[in-house]
Design a protein around this ligand. Sequence first.
Ligand code: FAD
Length: 344
Amino acid sequence: MARFSTDASIQALNEIVISGGGLAGLSLAIGLRRAGVEVVLHEAGEYPRHRVCGEFISGISTEALERIGIMECLKDARQRFSFSWHRGDQALRHGRLPRPALAISRYRLDDRLQSLARDLGVDLQASSRLRDRPHEPGFIKASGRIPTRGPWIGLKAHVRGLKTSAELEMHTGHNGYLGITEVEDGWFNVCGLFRNDRGLNARHGDLLIEHVRRNGSHALARSLQQASWREGSFCAVAGFELGAQNRLPGVLCLGDSHAIIPPFTGNGMSMAFEAVDLALPELVSYAFGQVDWAVAVASIEKSFANAFHARLAASRCIHPALFSSCSRLLFKHLPLKPVLKLIR
Ligand SMILES: Cc1cc2nc3c(=O)[nH]c(=O)nc-3n(C[C@H](O)[C@H](O)[C@H](O)COP(=O)(O)OP(=O)(O)OC[C@H]3O[C@@H](n4cnc5c(N)ncnc54)[C@H](O)[C@@H]3O)c2cc1C
């Protein structure tokens, strides 16, 4: 059940303006509209479109999705249990996740969310890039990672014709890592985070394959070369840092614009949804004139620190180990449950 149900006779006093219509912005807009709050959402891009994302949602509870009111958008997401861990061409480990993760393409999920948001009456303005409004009450930044000269490149595509050994395959190496999972209609999401090498002379899908090869996964690179690639699905992002983002004081930031958890956790989307779930009660109180903006923001930021600080710190410590050669031993024998508990 959604936490709030709209009563048309009660009018909210304050409008909320959101910059960024990714997962955080769209689900926040939906949650607020369900509570009867007026919402204007600006999205710089268009829908539907492919996004750089492993499309593997791990850590979020059904109850939280229901409280926000977006469960219907994930109704046919595929449940994922089994995983395999590889280094170079060697399989190190097979296992099962203690709780299933969900797999769904961002092409489909973001499009469903935007359509639900519009149906509920969100004033959603696509192709509209909004400047930050630091001192404006009711302004929320959900515009994703803050561009920096960070060292990473994220690459993603959908391919068909791969033979996988588990529902989630993880391939690690000295330069990065890559996950493979089937998302829908026989398409496999292939998505990796690598140290950006600007000297690489390859483009589009070839760039992804080249990164995989240089990372030591030669057999996988050959399979990717022979696979069929979904038209328009290749995308890339570069120039960002993991961890806490450089936030403007006084601006409420949600999702990646607040902090980026390393992608190997499969927890970034969950964090965006969890942030919305945590922020909604205070934002609704603000919209109905029951609490000042500054008080609402301070309280939300405190709840974000409580919920996210430990997992961001733990994943920051584990992340470098994924690239080192001793990770072979580490990931072969590491007990899964306690590690997963640390990073979500
Ligand atoms: C390589 C890689 C793999 C990943 N794999 C996974 C995974 O498997 N599982 C997982 O859970 N997470 C994964 N993530 C993380 C996940 O994609 C993000 O955590 C999630 O997308 C965050 O949602 P968001 O809404 O905060 O940001 P986004 O989804 O990035 O949305 C931000 C939106 O804001 C818009 N925007 C930007 N600036 C403006 C502006 N000024 N005005 C208006 N609109 C603006 C953008 O166009 C965009 O649509 C991965 C990330 C990377 C880099």
